[in-house]
Design a binder for this molecule. Structure first.
Ligand SMILES: [Zn+2]
Length: 405
C-alpha cells in the first residue's frame, strides 16, 4: 500500500527531504505500509460512559509500516494532536492473577539481580503504582512514579514512595536514581527517541544507573498474526533490532535484551555509556521484512475467518469477547462495528464496568453477567490468560466454548 506524497500530519514525524512519512526513530522515509485499517478509534483504553459517546469517539487511520534502516515498525499516519493520556485512560491489567504474578516476578528478579536494597527507583509511566510499590516494599527502597493517569494518594509506604500525576520531565535537570524502569510506554509516546534522549541527558555521568524498558515485541505479533494488537494509539512497534538501535544511538550500552510474558514483551536493560556512541552496523532486517509480507496476507485471511466464525456461531446462542482492552477494541471494531455479532465484552477491570467499547458501543460487563445465558462462544483476546479464564468460568459455573482470537 504505497503512500501518497502529501497530506500527512508531520507534526511529530521527522521530515527528511520528503513528504513521505518517516520513521520516528531514525527519520528514514518509508514508501508503503503493510497493514491498514480506516476509521478506527484513536483511543482504545479511554472509558466511554454511553453507547452514543462510544460510537462518536474520535477516529483515525492505521497504516503500519516497516523502517528499512533501523527495523522499527510504526503507525505512519499517527497524529499526536488527537491523542490524550489523561485520568480517563485505563489500560490496567492488574485485575488478572496471571498479570499480578508477572509483576511479582519482575519485582523479585530486579531486586535480586540489581541488589536493590535501600536504593532509589524511578518509574516512568507507573500507572497506579502496582510494580513500584512492590519494588519499594520488598526491597525497602525509595520510589518516584510519574503517570498522568495516576489516581491514588501522593505518597505511600510511609512517604518512601512519591507519585506525580504528570509526564516524566524531559528537561535537563540531573536525575538521581539507581534504577529507572519504564514499561509499556515507549510504544505509545509520539516521539520515543525524544524520551530516551531526555533520559540519557538527565542521567549523564550516572554510569551505575540501570535503565529497564519493556515494550510489546513486534516479532511475537507478526509470528502469531496478532493483528488485534495493532491499534491507532500505539505509535511504535519495537523489534529487538530497533530497540537496541534506539538505546545505542542515544548513549546507552545495552546489557540485556530478553523476552518476557510468554514471549509477548521485550525487556531491555542498559547503562548510560557517556554520550552517543558511534553507530554499530545496520541491523539485518531480512527476516523482519519477510515476516511483515507474510503478516499482510495472513491478517486478511484471519479477519475473514474470524468473521465467518462469529457469523456461524450466532445460531447457537450469544457470542462474547473476553477482554475489553486494546485487543478487544480492535477485534470488535474490525469484525462487529454495528454490534450485530457479539453481545458484550467481558472484563475483570472494575473501572470498565457499565462502560462501552470505543467505536462500536458494545457494553462491558463482569464475567458473572454470563451466568444463565445460552452462550455460543467466548473469544479470549489474549491467549496468556487461557488457564485463568477457564478456571474462572468453571468457578462461576459457566459452561461455554472458549477460544483464542
Ligand atoms: Zn528507522
Amino acid at each position: 500500500m504505497p503512500f501518497e506524497p502529501s497530506g500527512h500530519d508531520t507534526q511529530t514525524v521527522p521530515k527528511v527531504g520528503t513528504a513521505r512519512p518517516a520513521c520516528p526513530l531514525c527519520g528514514t522515509p518509508v514508501a508503503q505500509s503493510f497493514f491498514e485499517q480506516k476509521g478506527i478509534p484513536i483511543h482504545e483504553n479511554v472509558l466511554m460512559p454511553s453507547r452514543e459517546e462510544a460510537r462518536a469517539c474520535p477516529r483515525g487511520d492505521l497504516a503500519v509500516a516497516l523502517c528499512g534502516l533501523c527495523g522499527q515498525i510504526f503507525n505512519a499516519t499517527f497524529d499526536y494532536s488527537g491523542v490524550r493520556f489523561s485520568a480517563a485512560y485505563n489500560n490496567a491489567q492488574t485485575y488478572s492473577p496471571r498479570y499480578l504474578d508477572y509483576l511479582e516476578e519482575i519485582a523479585g528478579d530486579l531486586i535480586e539481580r540489581h541488589a536493590l536494597k535501600g536504593k532509589t527507583i524511578v518509574e516512568i509511566g507507573s500507572g497506579q503504582g502496582t510494580l513500584l510499590l512492590r519494588l519499594c516494599r520488598n526491597g525497602q527502597n525509595r520510589g518516584v512514579g510519574y503517570d498522568p493517569s495516576y489516581s491514588g494518594p501522593e505518597t505511600a509506604e510511609g512517604g518512601a514512595v512519591r507519585f506525580f500525576r504528570d509526564f516524566f520531565d524531559e528537561g535537563d535537570s540531573p536525575l538521581v536514581a539507581d534504577l529507572v524502569v519504564c514499561r509499556q510506554v515507549l510504544d505509545l509516546v509520539p516521539q520515543p527517541r525524544r524520551l530516551v534522549a531526555a533520559l540519557s541527558r538527565r542521567l549523564a555521568g550516572s554510569s551505575s544507573t540501570t535503565v529497564c524498558f519493556e515494550v510489546p515485541d513486534v516479532n511475537w505479533m507478526l509470528n502469531n498474526c496478532a493483528l488485534w494488537d495493532m491499534g491507532y494509539e500505539r505509535r511504535s512497534y519495537f523489534s529487538p533490532q530497533s530497540l537496541r538501535w534506539l538505546f545505542e544511538h542515544e548513549g546507552f550500552e545495552s546489557t540485556r535484551l530478553s523476552s518476557s510474558f510468554g514471549g509477548q514483551y521485550l525487556w531491555l536493560e542498559a547503562h548510560p555509556a557517556g554520550g552517543p556512541r558511534p553507530p554499530s552496523a545496520a541491523p539485518d532486517l531480512t527476516g523482519l521484512a519477510k515476516q511483515t509480507e507474510e503478516f499482510a496476507v495472513l491478517a486478511q485471511r484471519k479477519i475473514a475467518a474470524s468473521l465467518r466464525n462469529l457469523q456461524e456461531a450466532g445460531s447457537a446462542g450469544k457470542c462474547f469477547v473476553w477482554g475489553a482492552g486494546a485487543k478487544g477494541v480492535m477485534f470488535l471494531n474490525l469484525l462487529d462495528p454495528q454490534c450485530q455479532l457479539v453481545h458484550c465484552a467481558v472484563d475483570l477491570n472494575p473501572a470498565k464496568q457499565g462502560k462501552f467499547v470505543p467505536g462500536t458501543g458494545h457494553p462491558i460487563v463482569w464475567p458473572e453477567s454470563l451466568r444463565g445465558l445460552r452462550i455460543a462462544r467466548i473469544v479470549l483476546m489474549n491467549p496468556i490468560y487461557l488457564d485463568e479464564t477457564r478456571r474462572l468460568l468453571k468457578k462461576l459455573g459457566i459452561s461455554a466454548p472458549l477460544e483464542c482470537a
